[in-house]
Design a protein around this ligand. Structure first.
Ligand code: ATP
Ligand code: MG
Length: 522
């Protein structure tokens, strides 16, 4: 057997329980050197749990792990690393108050001749890694000032710094843009040539079909299939994931433009460091009852900042006007925004959306306390009713309403964030990447729910970096590039090519034709 298809890591008959929940039920997986093994499955299928078993995060499981054919027991992630196995987790794990360089070499700091931390060498090595990943940040930058996408790339850089032979990537592209996906895929290619084995988890079918050598499919904690990519079709994979044919795909409802609900005028947000530069510049638009407005932009286009500004989170530095049903409102806090009828589902659920130790029910009712509070007490019954209602509508998979959010699978956590904001019964719903980490089946349910809400009279603005999603969802699309509005399309006019062209930064749009991106060629 050549070095380039040898099974270097295998899981055999892995069963893992969390209390009464069987998260894995005799799951198995084979990982080969020099290959990308993709693992697919619905939210809660057990993908992350299996990866954590392989990476030494969990020790209390049944079954065996084989590393290079020999049984291995990893007492902790560090031991797995010593055996050349490392994992990039689905949730970001960087330390916000440390610098980029410190995070990259955490626990493995370089020491100088006197035994002191050699910061210069760390910065130098960090800079080299960042360059390999095409990430334009100073190694001295504090993590807390970086956006989610940049942090995700740093997680990848950290795995590279470990020189691992098996790299597990749990949804590495959920928060990065097309251009960074290209960079990452280039990197995966070179790792593959060096004989590194990659395990790649993603809900994005086109990505998986572009990068994977083999695809393994999981359902309800079991491995239900595994085959070379060339032997599988999209439909076949979906069928194995959900255990039946998927009919009944989301079909968009026609626009029924009602009266205007939200109008913003000349919204500007200055760059915090660079004087005279803007993160958001002169954005104006309006949304009507029943309308879904799509905002498309690559990472760094100012999408999230625009939402934050409308929501009153940058009241001190931003300028521009916000009108609700024709009347100007001046929002200067989250509470004021909620009271005015706005809801913002943020992109970074761990930092802004959820308290991880809270129960599912408490998380859902958190932003709408007025509805569950009676006589100053939190009504448990009402809290449960609220959680039950939205839990069902969004099909949140949890053992009970009392389960802490941190024990849900990533996709189900995202659904809790959505439920929390829907429970505030808003007039305007701002959704920032609402289906990040959501499986194909649940995505459809969320699209349908968004349209139900619009039909019921909400005005909805959706930010997404997935072109097919924006085109499927939005009645009208505005494109942002470098903080500015560069185009507006009706649904009839919009094509992937035209949107992407408007989204590319000026410096790139001349040198890089849109057809070189995966999104545009599909
Ligand atoms: N620490 C935990 N405590 C209790 N239950 C857990 C814990 N971690 C995971 N689970 C449960 O195990 C099951 C599998 O979860 P897992 O995170 O592996 O799913 P996944 O396939 O990665 O899903 P996603 O695509 O949403 O990330 C889920 O039902 C989840 O609620
Ligand atoms: Mg997961």
């Amino acid at each position: 057997m050549s070095e380039h298809d040898e099974v270097v890591l295998a899981a055999q008959g892995i069963t893992k329980r969390f209390g009464g929940v069987k998260a894995l039920d005799e799951a198995h997986l084979e990982v080969r050197a020099g290959q990308v093994t993709a693992v697919m499955g619905e939210n809660g299928a057990g993908k992350s749990t299996l990866m954590k078993v392989l990476a030494g995060v969990y020790q209390d499981y049944e079954g065996r792990i084989l590393r290079n054919g020999r049984e291995a027991v990893f007492a902790n992630p560090r031991q797995a690393q010593e055996h050349g196995v490392t994992i990039i987790h689905q949730e970001l794990n960087l330390i916000p108050n440390l610098s980029v360089a410190e995070n990259l070499f955490l626990g493995r700091e370089f020491l100088d001749g006197l035994g002191l931390i050699d910061f210069r060498r760390m910065r130098r090595e960090a800079a080299a890694l960042l360059q390999r990943l095409d990430l334009d940040v100073d190694p001295r930058t504090r993590i807390s000032t970086l956006r989610v996408g940049q942090q995700q790339i740093l997680e990848i850089a950290r795995a590279l710094a470990l020189h691992a032979r098996v790299i597990i990537m749990d949804e590495p592209t959920s928060a990065i843009s097309e251009r960074e996906v290209d960079v990452l895929f280039g990197l995966i290619d070179s790792l593959r040539r060096e004989g590194v084995a990659i395990v790649y988890i993603s809900h994005k079918m086109d990505e998986v079909f572009r990068i994977a050598d083999r695809i393994t499919i999981m359902r309800d904690g079991r491995t239900v299939g595994s085959a070379p990519r060339a032997a599988l079709s999209h439909d076949g994979v979906v069928r194995m994931m959900v255990g039946r044919d998927l009919k009944d795909f989301f079909v968009q409802t026609p626009t029924a433009r009602g009266s205007e609900v939200l109008r913003v005028q000349e919204i500007c947000l200055p760059h915090p460091d660079r004087v005279g530069d803007f993160l958001v510049k002169d954005i104006s638009f309006s949304v009507a009852r029943g309308e879904v407005l799509g905002l498309f932009g690559l990472m760094g286009a100012g999408r999230s900042e625009l939402f934050e500004t409308i929501f009153g989170l940058h009241a001190r530095t931003a300028s521009g006007q916000v009108f609700l049903e024709g009347r100007e409102v001046r929002l200067s806090s989250c509470a004021e925004a909620i009271a005015a009828g706005l809801a913002l589902v943020p992109e970074d659920r761990k930092r802004q959306g959820l308290m991880m130790d809270m129960s599912v029910a408490a998380s859902i009712s958190l932003a709408s306390l007025a509805q569950v509070e009676r006589f100053g007490f939190l009504s448990d019954r009402r809290e449960r009713a609220l959680a039950g209602d939205f839990g069902q509508r969004l099909r949140i998979r949890a053992v009970s309403h009392r389960q802490p959010v941190k024990h849900l699978s990533g996709g189900n956590q995202q659904k809790v964030v959505l439920a929390k904001w829907l429970a505030t019964r808003p007039r305007v719903l701002l959704l920032d990447e609402p289906t990040r980490g959501i499986d194909v089946n649940a995505k459809n349910q969320i699209y349908r729910l968004i349209h139900e809400l619009a039909t019921a009279g909400l005005a909805i603005v959706v930010v997404s970096s997935e072109l097919p999603e924006i085109i499927a969802l939005a009645h009208r699309i505005i494109v942002l590039s470098e903080g500015r509005q560069t185009a507006e399309f009706s649904r009839a006019q919009a094509t992937e090519e035209s949107i992407l062209k408007a989204a590319l930064p000026r410096s790139l749009s001349s040198s890089r034709p849109p057809s070189s991106s995966g999104a545009a060629t599909r």
